[in-house]
Structure formats: structure tokens, C-alpha cells
Design a protein around this ligand. Structure first.
Ligand SMILES: Nc1ncnc2c1ncn2[C@@H]1O[C@H](COP(=O)(O)OP(=O)(O)OP(=O)(O)O)[C@@H](O)[C@H]1O
Ligand SMILES: [Mg+2]
Length: 214
């Protein structure tokens, strides 16, 4: 079993979008048994699951913010969708069983500033200092060839964490979200650019580079 947490203290940076698309990737593309654990009382991930038609591969959902997480033995992937503003004890609790953290950042000065502070806090987490957790950064809602994207690129490099993928800003995520599916489950002709965007991220997740070396 593999546990992946999508985390950033900033609201609206794409945590739920990445968590739901990851769940779709592992269930649809890889045929895996996926549990989507929603730690946010807003229940964005659970709302996405509710919109999901039964004809799509099953993804189990759990309101993990309400009760301790119980995972069936045959589960392949647990995808954890974190709420915004997780600090202190709550952060420690959330990190307890995680092997990989995906850290989405938006190309905006406010988000970049907030991310700098937050990542320092995350790096101090015991499991991170003991190298029990790998963190990868994903630039989200990017418009290429913009000044702010080049600033974001430099900013991520300076964080000294693996820069895993760049996801463009597109309505495709909103269309998918509406239907309870991921971009992987949309017509490839419509989402081929986004499938390309996700390739480095899914490759990283399948490789040892995203796993802690214990
Ligand atoms: N790459 C993208 N292109 C276009 N829209 C996007 C993209 N990523 C996310 N969005 C949209 O941005 C909004 C915020 O995204 P999302 O809900 O995933 O963020 P979040 O970090 O989970 O927010 P919160 O902290 O409130 O839980 C959503 O409406 C989502 O559809
Ligand atoms: Mg969310």
C-alpha cells in the first residue's frame, strides 16, 4: 500500500484537483484499488466522488476529517486531500503514515510567499527530517511564457525540493471535476496536452525517487 498526501497551507492552489486526478489515474489508468481520504470539512473530494458515475472504476471515499482512517488490506493507494491551513499537531498527525507529499504551488506572489514559509514548517516535521517522507513540488495553473511563471520556476528551484511537474491552467480540470472524473478519463483528443503535463508526475510517483529510502 502506498500513501500520498496532497498538501499546502494555502487555499485554492489545486490540492483537491490533484488529489482527485491522482485517484482517477491510479483507478482508471493503473487498475488499482484507491481510497480517497478527504481531510477537509469542505469535502471537495467527496463531492467529486458523488458526481462520479458508477460506470467509472470504483474509487472509495472517506470523510477522514471526521474519524480515524481505516484502510482495507487490499487497498493499493491512499490519496489524502489535505485542507488549507494545516499546522502544528494537525500537520504531524496528517504526516504520520505518508510516504510521499505533493506540494502544489500557484504562480502568484502571494502563493509563493506563503509557500516559502510553509515549506520551512513542513521540512521541520520529524518524518521529513528522518527522510521517511519524500516531497515533490507541482506548479499548477501555469500559463507558459509569462514572467510570473519564470519567477515561479526560480522559486521552486530555490526550495531545493524535486520540481516534479507543471500543470497548465485549463478548463479541462473544471469540466472533469463537474463529472466526477479525472482528465485521464476524458477524450484523449481533448486532454492530450494535460496528459503530457501529468506524465512527469505519474512517472515520479511510479519511481523510487518518490519513495523514502529507508
Ligand atoms: N490547472 C488548473 N486549471 C484550471 N483550474 C484549476 C486548475 N487547478 C485547479 N483549478 C481550479 O481552481 C479551484 C481551486 O482548486 P482546488 O479546489 O483543487 O484547490 P484546493 O487547494 O483544494 O482548495 P482548498 O484549499 O479550498 O481546498 C477549483 O475551482 C479548480 O477547479
Ligand atoms: Mg481542497
Amino acid at each position: 500500500m502506498r500513501t500520498i498526501l496532497v498538501l499546502n497551507a494555502k487555499g485554492g492552489c489545486g490540492k483537491s484537483t490533484i488529489a482527485t486526478n491522482l485517484a482517477s489515474y491510479f483507478a482508471f489508468e493503473m487498475g488499482k484499488k484507491v481510497l480517497l481520504a478527504d481531510y477537509d470539512p469542505q469535502e471537495s473530494s467527496l463531492a467529486w466522488l458523488q458526481a462520479r458515475d458508477e460506470s467509472w472504476p470504483l474509487i472509495e471515499g472517506v470523510a477522514a476529517y471526521k474519524k480515524p482512517l481505516r484502510v482495507a488490506k487490499d487497498t493499493d493507494y491512499v490519496i489524502m486531500d489535505a485542507p488549507a491551513r494545516v499546522h502544528g499537531k494537525e500537520l504531524t498527525q496528517l504526516m504520520r503514515k505518508v510516504e510521499t507529499v505533493i506540494f502544489p504551488v500557484l504562480p502568484s506572489p502571494i502563493d509563493m510567499r506563503a509557500a516559502t514559509k510553509y515549506i520551512e514548517e513542513v521540512k521541520k516535521n520529524g518524518r521529513v527530517t528522518r527522510k521517511e517522507v519524500k516531497i515533490g513540488v507541482v506548479a499548477n495553473r501555469v500559463r507558459e511564457n509569462t514572467v510570473i511563471f519564470s519567477e515561479l520556476y526560480d522559486f521552486i528551484k530555490a526550495m531545493k525540493l524535486p520540481y516534479v511537474a507543471t500543470l497548465r491552467d485549463t478548463q479541462n480540470y473544471i469540466r472533469a471535476e463537474d463529472r466526477g472524473i479525472g482528465i485521464f478519463e476524458m477524450a484523449p483528443s481533448q486532454v492530450y496536452q494535460d496528459l503530457e503535463d501529468w506524465q512527469p508526475l505519474t512517472k515520479w510517483l511510479r519511481s523510487k525517487r518518490s519513495m523514502p529510502q529507508l
